[in-house]
Write a protein that binds this ligand. Structure first.
Ligand code: ATP
Ligand code: MG
Length: 218
């Protein structure tokens, strides 16, 4: 753990394929921005996610959609750094990179849904993520498989109350937070588009404009 004596507001990071970004992602980012009193939430489209099928839209287009979605929104920022790296995209490298940029004192929250956390122990150097950031696990209502024993133990060993993390350190704890979330997924949006249906109201119209302009997900 590193001390956080400077009282600079923490930064939140939300990675995803964002293929495409939608109102579920955006509400999540905004609610966490407000609830944790963050300096900003950075949305980072993944280059070549090791744990998913390849995204269907090109990285630069997914970034452009994220940029369009957050344009003019206080607190939300698009961050394209993962697209600049060649080869596989690992979250640990992103955290190291962001740490180099912001220094050791400012708290970082790596945010993810419980669906992502459930597979965390398959991520590259996953235990070391806590050397560079806090983990913020968002629980949404809905059917979830139980956590593996390994993750459950790790979760318990590092779990902290939000105020505790806020007061004391820049890295090293796991917080879980309940956010109702919207029943929206990128998969659902791609499926609608593939069927020639209209996904309007599930995502910002600026993002839908880009999808139409570039004829994505047909
Ligand atoms: P796909 O359907 O392709 O898996 P997705 O909609 O789940 O896409 P991702 O890019 O996989 O989006 O998700 C990025 C992050 O956003 C993950 O941490 C995920 O848990 C979270 N997330 C995704 N959809 C929602 C939602 N509707 N509400 C809250 N969080 C979400
Ligand atoms: Mg998903």
């Amino acid at each position: 753990m590193q001390n956080n004596p400077s009282n600079v507001k923490p930064i939140g990071l939300l990675g995803g394929t964002f293929d495409p970004i939608h109102h579920g992602h955006l509400r999540l980012a905004l609610e966490l921005y407000e609830r944790l009193e963050l300096a900003e939430v950075r949305l980072l489209p993944a280059a070549s996610p090791p744990h998913k099928n390849q995204p269907m839209a090109d990285g630069q287009l997914r970034l452009a959609m994220v940029q369009a979605a957050v344009a003019g929104v206080t607190g939300l920022v698009a961050d394209g750094r993962e697209l600049k790296r060649t080869g596989r995209s690992y979250t640990i490298d992103t955290l190291i990179d962001v740490r180099n940029e912001i220094g050791t004192e400012q708290a970082l929250y790596l945010m993810m849904g419980m669906d992502a956390f459930m597979n965390l122990n398959t991520w590259h150097r996953w235990r070391e993520l806590l050397d560079f950031a806090h983990l913020l696990v968002v629980r949404r209502p809905g059917a979830l498989q139980p956590l593996s024993h390994e993750l459950q133990e790790w979760f318990r060993a590092h779990q902290a109350h939000p105020d505790e993390a806020k007061a004391h350190c820049a890295t090293g704890t796991i917080l879980s937070i309940d956010i109702p979330g919207l029943m929206i997924s990128s998969t659902q949006i791609r499926a609608l588009l593939a069927e020639g249906k209209n996904p309007r109201y599930l995502l910002p119209s600026s993002v839908l404009d880009l999808i139409e302009q570039y004829q994505l997900y047909r």
